[in-house]
Design a binder for this molecule. Structure first.
Ligand SMILES: [Zn+2]
Length: 832
């Protein structure tokens, strides 16, 4: 179906003002379809004009416009033309809609643990018309009255407070004006825990089979929720405006969470079934806070068009970290940002698909979705931190308050936002926003030191802009250095020129490790000097500043991808410094990166066993020394489970014997072990089924699929490929798990036949898989056969003109990583 264009949206919003929606959903029509009746009242600025309403139905029963019956067959390509509109109009559409299984629209999933069905609405970005008839664009906001008929034993949660009538029909309280994509309904035998804070009724909800983790995590979730409310109330000076606040943990959710006003949906893996590391709790707290900040920025004030989606996300990304640091125990949230969010964003920046943070013209809704990436989140948030350094925090917050107050229940643009900050700060932001928001790519920052007998004679910050994307970005950050764990200097610098002398370092001892951007205040490629990289194995573990260590690890990862740091150097630092790491985010993320990226991508296959053995030795050592049931022991145990070739150990752990403390009944940990056994061909399908029977849950089913796809034999690969790419009715999550197992193989020969098939079969899935879900499948299923043949097939495919925007974007990004792997292997050869 065609995607709404910016020109169409402008034209429609100049004509139409929506007064109200009344939506009746009938979710008691079986597992395939549901009933949808919409009454929309709207005015037309030029009576007699034509417009259209968006509708993606399975069948349309009746349409009535201002009392006139229209032909249901008039709906074409997701649109219904409305002719000769009056000044005031009422449209009634009665239709049958389909549940989705790709996480877009009204998603329906069956929980294998008890056979119960669950439904949730995810209407971002343009799925609203698959649930109700609407003018689907972000600047046509209106209040909603929603009623839901559901099976007797179901609970219904939505944007407005839900009450159950005597006939079993649920009525949701009339909402404040909402954009179409924020409307949601969650329905099913959800279980709930309720609380209240500062007059706001709170609820958290999950599938019945997740009642135990829901209750176990409730106190922590409510704590972060309450602290975030207090913090944002204080910061924004505007009360939370959407009534009750529900957080629903839903199955098979594509993203992390979605900021539906009053009813935030989260991926339900966040209700960790087994042991969770501290950084996993931090990540969840960050998501809770992120979604809540959207209640003001995004929901109360919504971007006028999708090209300002970045502003929502950059702002929420920045605000959630700020809230965690200022108002919770997660005071190291910015460290997590450095090693998780910014590593993600720098990856996006390395891809040819990189783009400016803002000002990328989104000509239609679907193309806007392609820029919803690490640039919009991580780089945008870093740019906001630079903006705050530039104008001052008080003035920034004053501008934000003014923007939110002026535009309440309406829409805003980048120009409106910058205008508010300019007004509050008295500073012209034209040049600043051109350099930081409107220019793609990043500067490289390094420090050049001349020394004599270990004393610094001259230290200069070098700022290099990309030659093909020149920019004059001002940077505010700091430079710090350490020798044997002693800080030898920390100097704040403001860089506005290609070379900036740091006079403060002259005459001081030259540090063994010198880190530009040590507090990670700016956005740049940090190039560590050769001397610093050489010193890291001996020195990094002694650097007491976790923030600076995260910057170093991020720079090493960037260097591995850019073929300036060899995988061998990375593993040398890993061996020496990782087991000593005390920050949970660095510990778990660097381990995962080493296991799942550095070794499989950058180490040639014949060397991979030796590389995994190095990771395994480091992890085994840490596991032996770590206190039981801590983040350290858990991170170490996971890495041992994923990398060990000790069949006896793996079999014992899989059968629940000799497990590290805290992992005795941890189904998710067992699957890491089982997957390793499966990948090595040490167990077969029957044993995977046996483990599946022990964990007959949604998560267990997905893991079993991944394990079966990982089995190193031709029949299993053929089966996995058929399940992944055939029209087998697999859900979004099932496809991703099949894809994760598919390329796990002891050698390229086993999977080589699927390389050409990937480039024909996977793009064709756009015929039946939604773009959001498919974009993930394209990335995860991209061939892990790192050869020139794969690269040339990839180039040919990207050159095709029949790819959908999401398929093309994911292919370009996966292709970029393939080329990085090839370049690294070319530069450094096989030695690890
Ligand atoms: Zn967000």
């Amino acid at each position: 179906m065609r995607s709404l264009t910016l020109a169409e949206a402008r034209e429609r919003s100049s004509l139409i003002t929506v007064t109200s929606y009344a939506v009746e959903l009938d979710l008691d029509q079986g597992a395939e379809v549901f009933g949808s009746r919409t009454v929309v009242r709207f005015t037309c600025a030029t009576p007699g004009s034509d417009s259209w309403v968006d509708l993606k139905a399975v069948a349309v029963q009746s349409i009535e416009l201002n009392g006139q019956v229209l032909d249901p067959d008039a709906v074409s390509d997701g649109r219904l033309t409305l002719s000769r509109l009056a000044a005031e109009n009422e449209l009634t559409v009665v239709a049958t809609m389909a549940y989705s299984h790709d996480g877009q629209g009204l998603h329906r999933a069956t929980d294998p643990a008890d056979g119960q069905d669950y439904v949730y609405g995810h209407l971002f970005l343009d799925a609203a018309p698959s649930v109700y008839a609407c003018f689907d664009q972000p600047d046509l906001k209106a209040p909603y009255d929603v009623t839901v008929r559901a099976p007797q034993d179901w609970t219904v949660i939505g944007n407005g407070a839900a009450t159950r009538g005597e006939d079993g029909t649920w009525t949701l309280a009339t909402t404040r004006p909402l954009a179409t994509y924020f409307v949601t309904v969650c329905a099913g035998p959800y279980v709930s825990v309720r609380d209240e804070h500062d007059g706001i009724p709170l609820g958290i909800h999950a599938r019945a089979s997740l009642q135990e983790p829901l209750e176990r995590h409730a106190a922590e979730l409510f704590d972060v929720t309450k602290r975030s409310f207090d913090y944002f109330h204080g910061l924004f000076g505007i009360r939370y405006p959407f009534g009750e606040y529900h957080q629903v943990f839903v199955p098979e959710f594509n993203a992390g969470a979605m900021e539906n006003p009053g009813c935030v949906t989260f991926r339900d893996q966040y209700l960790y079934r087994g042991a969770a590391t501290r950084d996993e709790l931090l990540t969840r707290a960050n998501t809770v806070s992120h979604e809540m900040s959207h209640m003001w920025f995004g929901d109360l004030v919504t971007m006028k068009w999708w090209d300002d989606l970045w502003l929502n996300e950059s702002f929420a990304e920045y605000m959630s970290h700020r809230c965690l640091v200022d108002a919770t125990d997660y005071t190291d949230a910015w460290v997590d940002s450095s090693i998780v969010r910014k590593v993600w964003g720098y990856g996006a920046e390395r891809s040819p698909s990189t783009h400016p943070v803002a000002g990328v013209e989104a000509l239609d809704a679907q193309s806007a979705l392609q820029n919803f990436d690490g640039i919009s989140y991580a780089k945008g948030a870093a740019a906001l931190r630079q903006l705050i350094a530039y104008v001052g925090d008080d003035r920034f917050i004053a501008g934000v308050r003014a923007y939110l107050t002026d535009k309440s229940y309406g829409n805003g643009t980048l120009a409106d936002f910058l205008g508010a900050i300019e007004q509050a700060s008295g500073k012209d932001l034209t040049a600043w926003s051109r350099a930081w928001l409107l220019t793609a790519d990043r500067d490289t920052i390094s420090v050049e030191v001349d020394e004599q007998n270990g004393v610094v004679e001259r230290a200069v910050v070098i700022r290099e802009s990309p030659a093909d994307r020149p920019a004059d970005r001002p940077h505010a950050f700091d430079v710090a250095g350490w020798t044997d764990g002693r800080e030898l200097g920390r100097v704040p610098v403001t860089v506005t020129e290609p070379m900036t002398t740091i006079a403060e370092l002259e005459g001081t001892p030259e540090p063994a490790v010198l880190v530009p951007n040590a507090s990670d205040l700016t956005w740049a490629r940090v190039r560590l000097s050769d001397a610093t990289v050489a010193a890291l194995p001996a020195q990094l573990g002694q650097v007491p500043d976790a923030q600076a260590r995260a910057v170093v690890w991020s720079a090493l990862i960037d260097g591995v991808h850019g073929a300036t740091v060899s995988p061998a150097s990375f593993l040398d630092v890993f061996d020496a410094a990782w087991p000593a790491e005390t920050n949970s985010s660095i510990l778990t993320r660097v381990a995962a990166y080493a296991e799942h990226r550095v070794v499989p991508y950058f180490v040639p296959r014949p060397e991979q066993d030796a590389a995994l053995a190095r990771l395994n030795r480091a992890a085994t050592g840490l596991l032996e020394g770590a206190a039981p049931a801590t983040t350290e022991s858990l991170a170490a145990a996971r890495l041992v489970a994923g990398t060990s070739d000790d069949e006896a150990l793996l079999r014992a752990w899989a059968d629940g014997q000799g497990l590290p403390a805290g992992l005795e009944d941890d189904g998710d940990f067992r699957w890491i072990v089982v997957r390793n056994l499966a990948a090595r061909g040490l167990i077969g399908g029957a044993e995977i089924d046996r483990f599946r029977a022990k964990d007959d849950t949604l998560q267990g089913g997905l893991n079993a699929l991944m394990c079966r796809a990982s089995l190193p034999d031709p029949e299993s690969k053929a089966w996995a490929w058929q399940q992944l790419t055939g029209r087998e009715g697999r859900s979004n999550y099932e496809m991703v798990h099949l894809a994760r197992g598919m390329w796990v193989a002891p050698d390229d020969d086993l999977v080589a036949d699927y390389v050409p098939r990937y480039f024909s079969d996977v793009p064709a899935m756009s015929g039946w898989v939604g773009e959001d879900a498919l974009s993930r499948v394209v990335l995860v299923a991209f061939p892990r056969v790192f050869t020139e043949e794969t690269a040339s097939l990839s180039s040919e495919t990207i050159a095709r003109d029949d790819l959908t925007p999401a398929v093309r974007r994911s292919l370009v990004d996966a292709d970029a990583e393939l080329r990085e792997a090839l370049a690294s292997r070319q530069t450094f050869g096989a030695a690890v």
